[in-house]
Design a binder for this molecule. Structure first.
Ligand code: SF4
Ligand code: SF4
Length: 241
């Protein structure tokens, strides 16, 4: 994979690309790849598969501690032959809920503090660049229904930015477990919120988090920013009175 950093694309910039079932490289991009999963990816895929978060994480993912962040990073576990577990001869079997990175390809999104831009990702085997169809970045994002992924991933990125502001912070095993649970294992986190004294300490809209995984993910991220990085993202009940 080559990230073409010679040109920073904004949302109004154009590129030529098309991907369709008849193309000779069909499905080649769905093997021999490293696919990080963001918390929102996990929410969407496990719902698609009708699985609980723990079962999904166990069956389909691996986790390792990131070299630079020191925090858990979750990857999709590839088959032994290096193919993605979701690829079929007809394409992606979780297509409506495929990960954000699969949607954005051949673009990679970069986000600074003030600007957002995109690079083209070039894969040797990908014939899509030879096609004549032209898109603006904005049109591609809309066509691939990637807007919601960008929005949700930004919430998680704020947590990683909190980490960047405290590069010397070391984490205990307990803190790493908290991070993994609150960001990825949301069924377990929901249980934790409801069955410990969490709700006695923090002011939380219980209906919201019990009905929506996205709201629970946002709560989890706020809680980690509060607990690990001392950011004022949670309201204590004593403050509320
Ligand atoms: S390799 Fe490129 S053109 Fe071929 S199927 Fe994958 S994304 Fe589409
Ligand atoms: S999730 Fe779907 S689109 Fe992404 S690599 Fe796997 S099969 Fe391909």
């Amino acid at each position: 994979m080559t990230l073409d950093t010679s040109e920073k694309l904004t949302k109004d910039d154009k590129f030529k690309f098309s991907c369709h079932k008849g193309i000779s490289c069909f499905n080649k991009c769905c093997s021999d790849l490293t696919l990080f999963l963001m918390p929102y990816d996990v929410i969407r895929i496990r719902k698609n598969l009708g699985m609980g978060s723990a079962e999904f994480l166990e069956k389909y993912t691996t986790c390792q501690i990131g070299d630079s962040s020191g925090l858990p990073v979750v990857f999709l576990k590839m088959n032994e032959d290096k193919t993605c577990p979701f690829v079929t001869t007809d394409g992606c079997r979780i297509y409506p809920d495929r990960p954000g990175a699969c949607r954005l390809y051949p673009l990679a999104r970069m986000r600074g503090t003030k600007e957002e831009y995109y690079y083209i990702v070039r894969e040797e085997h990908c014939e899509g660049f030879e096609e004549e169809r032209e898109w603006t970045v904005r049109e591609w994002i809309e066509d691939q229904d990637a807007k919601i992924y960008n929005r949700m991933n930004d919430i998680f990125m704020r947590l990683l930015e909190s980490r960047l502001k405290r590069p010397d912070r070391q984490f205990t095993d307990k803190e790493l477990t908290m991070f993994y649970m609150a960001c990825y294992n949301l069924d377990r986190f929901r249980k934790f919120v409801n069955e410990t004294n969490f709700l006695e300490y923090f002011e939380v809209d219980e209906t919201h988090i019990n009905e929506s995984d996205v709201e629970l993910m946002k709560l989890g991220i706020d809680w980690i920013r509060f607990s690990l990085f001392r950011e004022p993202t949670m309201k204590l009940r004593t403050e509320a009175q």
